[in-house]
Design a protein around this ligand. Sequence first.
Ligand SMILES: [Fe+2]
Ligand SMILES: [Fe+2]
Length: 272
Amino acid sequence: MTDLVVRRLLVDMEAPIARHWCGGDAFRTALFNALSMSFPVGEQFFIDSVRNGFKALPPELQVKYQADVQGFIGQEATHRRLHALYNEHLDKLGLKNEWGPRAQGRLKLLEGVEPRHWLAATAANEHFTAILADYMLACPEFLGDTDARLRTLWLWHSAEESEHKCVAFDLYRALGGNEEWRIKWMKRITTVFLADAVRQTVNNLRHDGTLWKWSTWKSAWTSLFGKQGLVRLTYKPWRQYFRADFHPLQLESELGPQWLAANAAQFIPVRG
Ligand SMILES: [Fe+2]
Ligand SMILES: [Fe+2]
C-alpha cells in the first residue's frame, strides 16, 4: 500500500449548499446527502476500531502498521470534519438526520466487545466505501456539474477511501480474525447499510417535497440500475468480498491516484 497522506482540502464549506446541488437531480442529491449524514458517526467508529485494534497488536506488529494507522485516522478525521460542516447546511435546508443517531444507538451494542468484531464491521463498511469510491471516480458525471466544490469533496473523499481501504482489513487479519466472522459481518453490514441508506434517502426526499414526483423515481431507477447504474456496477466488486482469498488490493484501481495527481491544486498535504 502507498503511504497515506493526510490532505487539507481547499474547498469553501461556508457557502450554502443548493437544494438540488447534484446536477439538479432530486434523487441523487438526496442519496449523497444521506451518505454524508452517516459519515460523522460512521467514520468516528472506524477510527475507534482501528485505534483499538492497533493497541491490541503485539509490539512488533505495531511497528509494522503504525504509519498506516496514523494515516487512516488522519484521513478519516478530516473526512468527518468536512462532512459535519456539509451536514450543517443540510440542517439549514430542513433535512433531518436520523441515520447518524440511529447508528450511534446501534453502536452501543458493540461496547465491551473485542476489537476484532469492531474491525470486521469496519472492514465491511470500508469495502462498501471503496467500491462506491471506485464507482464515483469512474463515473464522476454521477455527481453532476452544478457544484464544483461538492464534486471535488466527493472525489477527494473517494480517492482517499480507495487509498486506505486495506487498513482495517489488514489489522483484522493481523489479530487473527477468521473468515467466518469476516463474512458474517459483511452480511450484517450489507443489510444495515442498505436499509439505512434507503430510509434516509426517502426521508430526505420527503422533506424536500420530491418523494412522489415521477422524475425522482425515474432518476432512482436509472441512477441505480441503468447501464451506468450504481447498483449494477458495484454488485460484482461487492460479491468479491465473499471469496475466501479476498484482499482489498484485488480491487486496485488507478483512478484514485490519477485524480489526486490531476487535482493537486485542490489540497495541501499536511502529513504523510
Ligand atoms: Fe472517509
Ligand atoms: Fe474509510
